[in-house]
Design a binder for this molecule. Structure first.
Ligand code: ADP
Ligand code: ADP
Ligand code: ZN
Length: 212
């Protein structure tokens, strides 16, 4: 089996759906956003380069991100493919990926713009395990205790504010959205309505995975 790509606007629910897909397929989740935030936290040169772009809601330059993913795909656990979350985001990135990896399926989670701001502005995640929650749409079962790991420390991303979301949406429409057609032409695109409860979206995705 090759790799799977999770595609969609910021806040579509890619990270939220990734856990079940990873569990079902055994593919390790590779999130470029998480990798960039880790590089930033470590104070690495790559993190420093990416910082201004991330803070302003612009895409990090292709050569930076392509190098990062290229290295990640050479690690041992990536031998049977990976679940890509947040990559590729430009045609140039997709072309570079095509040279090094087979993509079997691109899951496009479709959510209208007017839903995105409320999703992003209410997002928080567990500091220990990274589980993603929402102030109103996906609360923890017990207040301030993570469902997955029982941790009690939560974080919010600096770029999850209304101003940055607008730039991220603009970048999505100009640079990333055209990729849906690119993958459709290659017959690997699966569109799922992401403006529904989390479980319903997950069930549709898992049904499609079974038919692969
Ligand atoms: P992405 O990885 O695509 O940026 P996330 O998975 O982080 O998106 O989800 C963004 C926010 O929206 C999170 O706070 C998450 O809990 C919430 N969310 C995810 N899926 C749904 C859904 N189907 N309905 C409502 N809220 C959702
Ligand atoms: P979101 O939750 O909005 O989908 P991510 O965590 O995937 O956001 O990405 C956060 C930021 O990291 C983006 O706004 C962008 O600056 C940068 N980034 C992540 N993935 C890529 C990529 N494939 N190409 C360019 N920039 C990226
Ligand atoms: Zn947790």
């Amino acid at each position: 089996m090759g790799s799977i790509v999770l595609f969609g606007p910021p806040g579509a629910g890619k990270g939220t759906q990734a856990t079940a897909i990873s569990q079902t397929t055994g593919l390790p989740q590779v999130s470029t956003g998480d990798m960039l935030r880790a590089a930033l936290a470590q104070g690495s040169e790559l993190g420093e380069r990416a910082k201004v772009f991330m803070e302003s809601g612009q895409l990090v330059p292709d050569e930076v991100i392509i190098g990062l993913v290229g290295e990640r795909l050479q690690e041992d656990d990536a031998g049977d493919g990976v679940l890509l979350d947040g990559f590729p985001r430009t045609i140039a990135q997709a072309e570079a990926l095509q040279d090094i990896e087979t993509v079997d399926l691109v899951i496009s989670i479709e959510v209208p713009d007017e839903r995105i701001v409320e999703r992003i502005c209410g997002r928080f995640s567990c500091a220990d395990c990274g589980a993603v929650y929402h102030d109103t749409f996906n609360q923890t079962k017990t207040e301030e205790i993570c469902d997955s790991c029982s941790g009690s420390e939560f974080i919010r991303r600096d770029d999850d504010n209304e101003g940055t979301v607008r730039s991220r949406l603009e970048a999505y429409h100009h640079q990333t959205a055209p990729l849906a057609d690119w993958y459709h032409q290659r017959r690997v695109l699966f569109r799922v309505d992401g403006d529904r409860p989390i479980d319903e979206i997950r069930d549709d995705i898992l049904a499609t995975l079974k038919s692969l």
